[in-house]
Design a protein. Sequence first.
Lengths: 260, 291
Amino acid sequence: MTFDRLVAFGKAACLPVAIVAVWALVTGMGAVPAYVLPSPRAVLATLIDFFFGGSTQAYSGKFLAHFLQSLYRVAGGFACGTILGIPLGIVLGYNRRIGAFIEPTIELSRSIPGICWLPLALVWFGIGTGTSVFLIALGSFYSIFLSTLGGVRYVNPVLLRAGRSLGATESSLLYTVILPAAFPSILSGLRLGLSYSWIYMVLGEFTGVNYGLGALLLQSRDTMDTPLIIGLMGVIGGLGVISDRLMLLFMTKILGMDVR
Amino acid sequence: MTDTVAATTSAAIVPGVRGQPAKISFRGITKEFVSQAGGRPIKALDGLSLDIAEKDFVCLIGPSGCGKSTLLNLVGGFERATSGEVLLDGAGIAGPGPDRGVVFQEGALFPWLNVLNNVCYGPKRLGVPRERYLADAHAILDEVGLLSFAQHLPAELSGGMRQRVAIARALINRPPVLLMDEPFGALDPQTRVLMQEMLLRIWEHDNRTVLFITHDVEEALFLGTRVVVMSSRPGRVLKDVRADLPRPRDFSVLRNPEFVEMKAELFALVREQTIAAAADSSSRASGARAR
């Protein structure tokens, strides 16, 4: 890490450190009851217990079990959203005539908040993985679809002219110019879609499944385990950041694609 | 020495090269654009006719908005005329194709491909064997002085280097016609002169037909075998001048008395048209206010 990055990291860390300090101070003075706001130390202890075990609590040492369930749902839903969103975005972005039939409907359906689909999803898929996967697919689909469509439709026309004048046929133009030019936009749609996936994962698991980070979050409210509530919020947020970084790394380093 | 020809030539024969069919022929071209805001369509070209012989290096000059780029886009197959026809070797133009290389103003390189892959794009699409196009690409990159930058991305190059890649990319297909749309317009004056000299060196070596759009009178005279001045909108051919200055040329021709005289004459003509264009657009604006 260079000195500049170290300085930048230091600046970024100022506010979180201050917040934790105030938090520790407030809880240390006993100004608020522990069930409303536990101390940072209590949250940390709960998290360590959650990850590595050591107590008789039901969640003790169960991080991996809950995480894998949630990951399974996120991966399934995100995969569905991607498999639908990217091809549909390419086709509708490339061909305005087909787009005229389908786009307005998608635009209209997008204005229904994702959370409104929950009751219907429960009727269709019941409590459990089906509903979660459906909500995650729905939540990630729109951002992936729209970014792909925009990226494909608004390729710099000079690049298309260049490709055609150099001998590209319409089909080779799609693979050699349109998709590479749209790639940064598609990638940003995938990143946005993945972050929505974690959000809708929590919503789907709030329906009362036994395992999953979102399910545990709801259960910890029932048991008034405030340290676990706060700890899980941090864990879910952290997983979102990690999955985003991993995807970026995969796209740029492994697939060798450039991101502008 | 200068041979000024009539503005409209009906036969597909270039005066001075009688008997030889035109490589590119514009016949009674009218082009109208419908503006997004609605209202009357804007007439960019009005019944323009122009013949370009094989191996001619024609420079088109004129005020902004006179339809210079539209003419180039018609030959490139990117746009269609409202009426009239554009012929290439006597046949109509269906669309873009590798027989007409195009060098755009700027920003037309594929930003995700390195210099070598940008240059190889054309021959790859045309199914040229790998060994051959790699050899061609090396030769042509060497010619434009960018062999050592083959692995760089366009974003890592200067504006002049990017345009040299663009020229190499267009030339590797060996197109009989080269279309250039103000390719050096965004470059600084020193770089521009070097680019012009490089282009002349390449052209004097292979003598392909070139249509070169510019708003710079000096550039037009320096490069072209023929300079065509267009009127302000709607664009017509106002003057068609043969630039018979000695070749091979380098920047010393800029001091040639004949060059200086022609430059002054053409500059006055373009200036007149630019003033007319400005007056036209301000009267349009006041007309719009009156409505």
